[in-house]
Design a binder for this molecule. Sequence first.
Ligand code: G3I
Length: 418
Amino acid sequence: MNCRSRIHLLSVALMAAATVSAAEHPASLKEAFAAHFPIGAAINRSQATGAPGRRNAELLTQDIALVKAQFNQVTAENDMKWQLIHPREGAEGYDFGPADAFVNFALSHRMEIVGHTLVWHSQTPNWVFAGTNPPPVATNAPLPAAVGTNAVTTNGPGRGRFGPGLVGGFGRYNGPRASREELLQRMRDHIHTVVGRYRGRVKVWDVVNEALADGGPENVLRNSLWLEIIGPDFIAKAFQYAHEADPEAILRYNDYGLENPVKIRKLITLIRSLQEQKVPLHAIGTQAHLNVSTAGFEQMDRSLTELATLGLPIHVTELDINSAQGGQRGTGADVAANAAATQGGLVSDADQKLADAYAGVFRAFLKHQDSVRMVTLWGVNDAVSWRANGRPLLFDGENRPKPAFDAVIREAAAAAAR
Ligand code: G3I
């Protein structure tokens, strides 16, 4: 073989090595953590249905191959949210197509399924809250006696997370309201229909999402229309309805920012109160939208140690670690604040910092493996992440494993060697 052919062969080999995608990568997350917990990803509609959207057909094929190769659990990133699965009122108002495709995808690849989410202040259509009762005057509106509530102005009318006046459920609904009884009836119908449809197939549900207030210790519950119209027992009622619809399902309360000592106290107050009322609540979901400057073993160990005092299984539900400079001062999960949180380019030495942060949080998951029963990454790769600019995941936009992936696999190997 002449020199030129050798060089050609060498360059082909190098190119092949460079384009080894994680779908073909010898290590897989699901095998590495098989002895510890299922490991999953939130998947979007294209990945569940195979219909190209933001990604072209070739990249989508790779994305799907990656999901199959790496994960044994999936969560629907959006398609089971009220706005998408039940956009119109009444029994005819459901759009089950994408959620059905998601469930079928998971079942055909033997993946555990998480349903996300039944009751949330966001992505709920306006009709759910509409009725004939005049809305309270915003600034003076008395709030129901709750475990504690946000000041009314913190989430005032027209200032929902998708901005003012948005029609279609993303803004906060401002018009005449349903009564407590009407809203409870709608909640019950929705939960019974959705959970009932997937009974026995969706094993875990995020029943109530993000009901805790941000900010200081004085307010425990977020000021939402659920809270204002029904009162603080909307949470207990949602769990009760979900349990009626599928007594075998694992029902979880899911929230973000549980690395923050103030927020975690609120969570403990809420969950203890629900436990005292014998509410069927079976797991805590800690979202873990982290940032690379603060994420690591210490932060996660502290949070899991406190969460474990509740005596419930802990599911890490939406893990990602933002490497964008704009997002280093918080662990919020608000999509409206996301643009700012992913600006400014990446922090210096981002790949290495991300690898260190992921290694630390997985070391903490392994330390708390008696409590940590599931770990879900919020997205498949950086390109499809809700905070793509922050490059927060284990695979890059072409599905190549990043140094963070190798670091996580090394943590599993270290645990196996102990
Ligand atoms: O479906 C419409 C599509 O028809 C339209 O063409 C397109 C135009 O922008 O928007 C599409 O809806 C988007 C939807 O995702 C589906 O892609 C919304 O604009 C977009 O805002 C929405 O964002 C989702 C966000 O929740 C909404 O709150 C993110 O994908 C999703 O990752 C994010 O996930 C949340 C968890 O559910 C709860 N915890 C926090 C986490 C991050 O915010």
